[in-house]
Design a protein around this ligand. Structure first.
Ligand code: PLA
Length: 453
């Protein structure tokens, strides 16, 4: 709070407060806000109409979640939300997985369950099972007790805790993120205290990976820099490196001592196989080096609003891992004290039980397959309409999203004329599409492209 803000305001009461502030600030180090709290809390400040928040401007909606806000306001019966990455059934309805319902029933039937606080690190069994899920049951790092895992608030919370930990304890404060990336990444890491830079990733002219640019940029990064890697199903482009390219990335990063920070928000959603999608991470762990992994169960278990995720830090020794965990607790405790119990308990029930686990993998595969089938249907629908341009990227891209190449004007045309909602960068969530809505989307893309919007 600066005194000048008050002295420049026009009303007499504000000027009085400004004078008072200047008076109180003079010659003291005692925080001015503490001494003034009683002034602002007095009823007269309300009576004179001056809110202490009056200077705030209306913030814009979030570029992704704001799409849903706009969609909800639209009364049109044909509206379609392809903004946020949330899985929908063929009927366009949100899906609660069968295994999740079964796990919840088990939890409810168990009368011995209590609601005490979890430890700061969360549900310990969930943490162990999550590490196994992402690193592999036979991971040497787990066997050697070199991995510390803490339950966090979904993928976002895991990234934030990891970011703050690195900002506090890692010698390099710069994190390189892909260009483009999920819109929340730069905000999360900046607020965590890291300095954010980008590396080339996507080539709009080929609608594929700019592998040369990626290698050059990571090659030019200062030694020790942190590099955020999308483990699979890159958001928003749907473009992933091949396994051979991952191997080259790994060699380059290890040779320069770059620190890998994996964001795994879509394990199982890319290929339909949990193990295949975790391969890039396991390659980095297999070489004995260190890395961070943020996991989310939002998409692959459909636990979006339960906010279940985990942060794992793979270290060189059990001794270091123990000390890392002790410091992670110091990051978490003042942030939210300890994580919620329900979602992590659901995940633990499913991961610990062989039958439920197998059933989960089938449901996950069904979701991944439905998305792939939507890709084929949309591609065919555009071909049938003779829509100008090469749309083969729709079937080549991987995961939940298609990065269509539509520009912001075309997106806004599709929203206005066809009530189709998507992010302004032209990303569409294939998981929000169904056989019934494909023709409507294809019509709108065709119109946007042919009308030279
Ligand atoms: N990392 C990536 C790459 C993501 O795409 C998302 C979610 C997350 C992390 C975080 O998800 P979580 O905190 O819910 O686990 N991205 C969504 C949703 C699906 C969002 O923007 O919040 C998206 O539509 O891009």
């Amino acid at each position: 709070m600066k005194t000048t803000e008050f002295s420049s305001s026009s009303s007499p009461s504000d000027r009085r407060i400004g004078a008072l502030l200047r008076h109180l600030t003079a010659g003291t180090d005692f925080p001015i806000t503490d001494r003034l709290s009683s002034v602002f809390a007095s009823p007269t400040s309300g009576v004179t109409g001056g809110s202490v928040f009056a200077h705030l401007v209306q913030a814009p909606e979030d570029p992704i979640l704001g799409v849903t806000v706009a969609y909800n306001k639209d009364p049109s019966p044909i509206k379609l939300n392809l903004g946020v990455g949330a899985y929908r059934t063929e009927e366009g309805k949100p899906l609660v997985l069968n295994v999740v319902r079964k796990a919840e029933q088990q939890l409810i039937n168990d009368r011995s369950r209590i609601k005490e606080y979890l430890p700061i690190v969360g549900l310990v069994e969930f943490n162990k099972l999550s590490a196994k899920l992402i690193l592999g049951a036979d991971s040497p790092a787990i066997r050697e007790n070199r991995v510390t895992t803490v339950e966090c608030l979904s993928g976002t919370g895991s990234l934030r805790v990891g970011g703050e930990f690195l900002a506090k304890h890692y010698h390099q404060k710069t994190i390189y993120i892909t260009q483009p990336t999920w819109g929340n990444h730069p905000k999360i890491f900046t607020l965590a205290g890291l300095s954010v830079k980008t590396y080339r990733y996507y080539d709009p002219s080929t609608r594929g990976l700019n592998f040369q640019g990626l290698l050059e940029d990571l090659g030019a990064a200062p030694p020790g820099s942190i590099v955020l890697l999308h483990a699979c199903a890159h958001n928003p482009t749907g473009v992933d490196p091949t396994i051979q390219q991952w191997e080259q990335i790994r060699q380059l990063m290890r040779s320069k001592g770059l620190m890998p920070f994996f964001d795994s928000a879509y394990q199982g959603f890319a290929s339909g196989s949990l193990d295949t999608d975790a391969k890039p991470i396991r390659m980095f762990v297999a070489d004995g080096g260190e890395c961070l992994v943020a996991q989310s169960y939002a998409k692959n278990m459909g636990l979006y609003g339960e906010r279940v995720g985990a942060l794992s830090i793979v270290c060189k020794s059990a001794d270091v891992a123990g000390r890392v965990e002790s410091q992670l607790k110091l990051v978490i405790r003042p942030m939210y004290s300890s994580p919620p119990i329900h979602g992590a308990s659901i995940v633990a029930v499913i991961l610990r039980d062989r039958n439920l686990f197998n059933e989960w993998t089938l449901e996950l595969k069904a979701m991944a397959d439905r998305i792939i089938s939507m890709r084929k249907q949309l591609f065919e629908a555009l071909r049938a309409r003779g829509t100008p341009g090469d749309w083969s990227h729709i079937i080549k891209q991987i995961g939940m999203f298609t990065f269509t190449g539509l520009n912001p004007a075309q997106v806004s045309f599709m929203t206005k004329e066809y009530h189709i909602y998507m992010t302004s960068d032209g990303r569409i969530s294939m998981a929000g599409l169904s056989s019934k809505t494909v023709p409507h989307l294809a019509d709108s893309i065709h119109a946007a492209v042919t009308k030279n919007v």
